[in-house]
Design a protein around this ligand. Structure first.
Ligand SMILES: [Zn+2]
Length: 178
């Protein structure tokens, strides 16, 4: 049974004292709604792009694209990602994970620097295990498990001196499958 969390949003009135908590609550409300819509109206999976291929037998390339993870986060890869295949053998999974990075440090009233912004991004990785291994009956297009974990785009396996790429079909949203 999914956990349907009830939300709270700020109520504004003339003369109200606004603090960082109010702005944070406003932001959290919008983020939670967006993630819940993504999860329960669309489900997790690749929306577009994020193709994987091997370049010159030595580098994995992932094309720009968009996906949704099991927590409803948008995984946006804006530029191609390249990973060198140095000293790797066997079978590996190419994964993409939602990642937030605090940026723009500024002085604060309590003396220590605080980050003024959070940059939303993704991290593309080579792993030896499939992050969605225990997702039986929770395929792409379903709300998934609710956790913010990596999504598998393809597997690569070594065939002699060559690498073979197999896209993970069940990671693609059902309406985009061909
Ligand atoms: Zn999951």
């Amino acid at each position: 049974m999914p956990d349907y969390k009830q939300l709270e949003r700020p109520n504004y009135f003339f003369g109200k004292l606004l603090t960082a908590d109010d702005f944070q609550l406003e932001q959290n409300y919008q983020l939670e709604r967006s993630r819940r819509n993504n999860r329960f109206l669309h489900g997790w999976g690749i929306v577009s792009g994020l193709s994987v291929w091997i370049e010159n037998g030595a580098t994995v390339v992932v094309s720009p694209g968009l996906a949704l993870d099991c927590a409803g986060n948008e995984l946006v890869l804006a530029t191609p990602e390249r990973i060198a295949l140095t000293s790797l053998t066997g079978k590996h999974f190419i994964t993409i994970r939602y990642q937030e990075t605090p940026v723009a440090p500024q002085p604060s009233t309590h003396g220590e620097a605080e980050f003024a912004r959070i940059r939303e991004g993704t991290s593309v990785e080579l792993t030896s295990t499939n992050p969605a291994e225990d997702h039986r009956k929770m395929g792409a297009g379903s709300p998934g498990c609710g956790l913010c974990h990596a999504l598998c785009l393809a597997t690569i396996s070594q065939r002699g001196s060559n690498w073979r790429v197999t896209p993970v079909k069940r990671s693609i949203l059902p309406r985009n499958r061909q």
